[in-house]
Design a protein around this ligand. Structure first.
Ligand code: ZN
Ligand code: ZN
Length: 174
Protein backbone atom coordinates (compact mmCIF):
# COMPACT_ATOMS: atom_id res chain seq x y z
CA UNK A 1 0.00 0.00 0.00
CA UNK A 2 1.20 3.51 -0.75
CA UNK A 3 0.66 6.15 1.90
CA UNK A 4 1.14 9.76 1.04
CA UNK A 5 3.21 11.50 3.72
CA UNK A 6 2.95 14.98 2.25
CA UNK A 7 0.24 16.08 4.66
CA UNK A 8 2.04 14.75 7.73
CA UNK A 9 5.33 16.27 6.64
CA UNK A 10 3.78 19.70 6.42
CA UNK A 11 1.87 19.52 9.70
CA UNK A 12 3.16 20.97 12.94
CA UNK A 13 1.70 18.55 15.39
CA UNK A 14 -0.25 15.53 14.39
CA UNK A 15 -0.47 11.84 15.09
CA UNK A 16 -2.17 9.31 12.92
CA UNK A 17 -2.78 5.68 13.62
CA UNK A 18 -3.45 3.17 10.90
CA UNK A 19 -3.99 -0.53 10.47
CA UNK A 20 -2.25 -1.56 7.29
CA UNK A 21 -2.69 -4.95 5.69
CA UNK A 22 0.44 -6.77 4.55
CA UNK A 23 -0.45 -8.21 1.19
CA UNK A 24 2.37 -10.70 0.64
CA UNK A 25 1.71 -14.42 1.14
CA UNK A 26 5.30 -15.43 0.57
CA UNK A 27 8.36 -13.75 1.97
CA UNK A 28 11.33 -13.59 -0.41
CA UNK A 29 14.59 -13.00 1.38
CA UNK A 30 16.61 -12.91 -1.81
CA UNK A 31 18.07 -16.34 -1.03
CA UNK A 32 15.00 -18.24 0.00
CA UNK A 33 11.28 -17.87 0.09
CA UNK A 34 9.07 -18.67 3.04
CA UNK A 35 5.31 -19.01 3.11
CA UNK A 36 3.60 -16.64 5.47
CA UNK A 37 1.32 -18.78 7.62
CA UNK A 38 -0.19 -16.05 9.75
CA UNK A 39 0.01 -12.27 9.88
CA UNK A 40 -1.58 -9.39 11.66
CA UNK A 41 -2.02 -6.04 9.95
CA UNK A 42 0.73 -3.53 10.60
CA UNK A 43 -0.24 -1.16 13.40
CA UNK A 44 1.40 2.02 12.20
CA UNK A 45 1.66 5.27 14.07
CA UNK A 46 2.81 8.32 12.17
CA UNK A 47 3.82 11.11 14.45
CA UNK A 48 5.17 14.53 13.55
CA UNK A 49 8.47 15.45 15.19
CA UNK A 50 8.44 19.14 14.41
CA UNK A 51 7.85 20.52 10.97
CA UNK A 52 9.03 18.38 8.10
CA UNK A 53 9.85 15.36 10.22
CA UNK A 54 7.87 12.28 11.07
CA UNK A 55 8.48 9.23 13.14
CA UNK A 56 6.99 5.97 11.92
CA UNK A 57 6.32 3.41 14.61
CA UNK A 58 5.20 -0.02 13.56
CA UNK A 59 4.14 -3.21 15.26
CA UNK A 60 3.16 -6.45 13.63
CA UNK A 61 3.48 -10.15 14.15
CA UNK A 62 3.67 -12.89 11.61
CA UNK A 63 4.52 -16.56 11.32
CA UNK A 64 6.81 -17.83 8.60
CA UNK A 65 7.16 -21.40 7.50
CA UNK A 66 10.88 -22.10 7.81
CA UNK A 67 12.94 -25.28 7.85
CA UNK A 68 15.00 -26.79 10.65
CA UNK A 69 18.67 -26.33 9.84
CA UNK A 70 19.48 -29.87 10.93
CA UNK A 71 16.58 -32.11 9.87
CA UNK A 72 14.88 -29.79 7.32
CA UNK A 73 11.48 -30.33 8.94
CA UNK A 74 9.05 -27.45 8.54
CA UNK A 75 9.04 -25.16 11.55
CA UNK A 76 6.54 -22.32 12.06
CA UNK A 77 8.63 -19.36 13.15
CA UNK A 78 6.94 -16.43 14.82
CA UNK A 79 8.34 -12.96 14.35
CA UNK A 80 7.28 -9.92 16.31
CA UNK A 81 8.19 -6.70 14.57
CA UNK A 82 8.51 -3.54 16.58
CA UNK A 83 10.33 -0.76 14.82
CA UNK A 84 10.84 2.96 14.42
CA UNK A 85 11.90 4.85 11.32
CA UNK A 86 12.58 8.53 10.97
CA UNK A 87 11.64 10.28 7.78
CA UNK A 88 12.24 13.92 7.00
CA UNK A 89 11.20 16.14 4.16
CA UNK A 90 14.73 17.46 3.81
CA UNK A 91 16.12 13.97 3.51
CA UNK A 92 13.53 12.96 0.90
CA UNK A 93 14.26 16.02 -1.20
CA UNK A 94 18.02 15.56 -0.96
CA UNK A 95 17.81 11.87 -1.72
CA UNK A 96 15.40 12.38 -4.58
CA UNK A 97 17.92 14.57 -6.36
CA UNK A 98 20.70 12.05 -5.70
CA UNK A 99 18.46 9.20 -6.72
CA UNK A 100 19.12 7.09 -3.66
CA UNK A 101 16.15 7.36 -1.40
CA UNK A 102 15.27 4.79 1.22
CA UNK A 103 13.79 1.89 -0.69
CA UNK A 104 10.43 2.14 1.08
CA UNK A 105 9.95 5.71 -0.07
CA UNK A 106 8.85 6.81 -3.48
CA UNK A 107 9.14 10.51 -3.16
CA UNK A 108 6.65 11.41 -0.44
CA UNK A 109 4.85 8.10 -0.74
CA UNK A 110 5.51 5.41 1.83
CA UNK A 111 5.47 1.92 0.35
CA UNK A 112 4.29 -0.15 3.31
CA UNK A 113 4.99 -3.50 1.60
CA UNK A 114 8.66 -2.57 1.22
CA UNK A 115 8.85 -1.14 4.72
CA UNK A 116 7.51 -4.40 6.19
CA UNK A 117 9.77 -6.47 3.93
CA UNK A 118 12.84 -4.63 5.24
CA UNK A 119 11.84 -5.18 8.83
CA UNK A 120 11.22 -8.90 8.36
CA UNK A 121 14.58 -9.25 6.61
CA UNK A 122 16.36 -7.59 9.54
CA UNK A 123 14.62 -9.87 12.01
CA UNK A 124 15.11 -13.21 10.31
CA UNK A 125 16.81 -15.70 12.61
CA UNK A 126 20.34 -16.90 11.77
CA UNK A 127 19.43 -20.43 12.68
CA UNK A 128 16.16 -22.31 13.04
CA UNK A 129 15.88 -25.58 14.91
CA UNK A 130 12.71 -27.66 15.30
CA UNK A 131 13.87 -28.31 18.85
CA UNK A 132 17.02 -27.49 20.77
CA UNK A 133 18.41 -31.01 20.67
CA UNK A 134 17.40 -31.90 17.12
CA UNK A 135 19.57 -34.82 16.05
CA UNK A 136 19.34 -34.02 12.35
CA UNK A 137 19.31 -36.55 9.55
CA UNK A 138 21.69 -39.42 8.86
CA UNK A 139 24.30 -38.37 6.33
CA UNK A 140 24.24 -41.82 4.78
CA UNK A 141 20.60 -42.89 4.52
CA UNK A 142 18.79 -39.60 5.13
CA UNK A 143 16.64 -40.88 7.99
CA UNK A 144 15.37 -38.38 10.55
CA UNK A 145 17.39 -39.42 13.60
CA UNK A 146 14.84 -37.86 15.94
CA UNK A 147 12.61 -40.81 15.06
CA UNK A 148 15.21 -43.32 16.11
CA UNK A 149 18.55 -44.73 15.12
CA UNK A 150 18.84 -45.87 11.51
CA UNK A 151 21.51 -48.47 12.18
CA UNK A 152 23.96 -47.05 9.66
CA UNK A 153 27.61 -47.46 10.50
CA UNK A 154 28.64 -43.87 11.05
CA UNK A 155 32.27 -44.85 11.54
CA UNK A 156 34.28 -43.36 8.73
CA UNK A 157 37.69 -45.01 8.61
CA UNK A 158 40.54 -42.58 8.54
CA UNK A 159 43.44 -43.85 6.42
CA UNK A 160 45.96 -42.19 8.76
CA UNK A 161 44.55 -44.11 11.73
CA UNK A 162 44.83 -47.37 9.81
CA UNK A 163 48.50 -46.71 9.18
CA UNK A 164 49.25 -46.06 12.85
CA UNK A 165 47.46 -49.31 13.69
CA UNK A 166 49.69 -51.20 11.25
CA UNK A 167 52.84 -49.74 12.80
CA UNK A 168 51.53 -50.63 16.25
CA UNK A 169 50.88 -54.21 15.21
CA UNK A 170 54.24 -54.47 13.45
CA UNK A 171 56.07 -53.36 16.60
CA UNK A 172 54.15 -55.78 18.74
CA UNK A 173 55.14 -58.72 16.60
CA UNK A 174 58.85 -58.01 16.82
ZN1 ZN B 1 15.14 -30.58 13.33
ZN1 ZN C 1 21.39 -43.93 8.30
Amino acid sequence: MLLNLTDMLSSEEKTEQKQIPYEADVFESGLESYSILKKTPLALTIQTMGKGKVLLKGKMSLTLSMNCDRCLKEVPYELALDFEEHVSKEEIEAEESEGEEKNFLEGFQLDTEKLIHNEILMNLPMKVLCRKDCKGICKQCGKDLNLGDCGCDDFVPDPRMAMIKDIFHANKEV
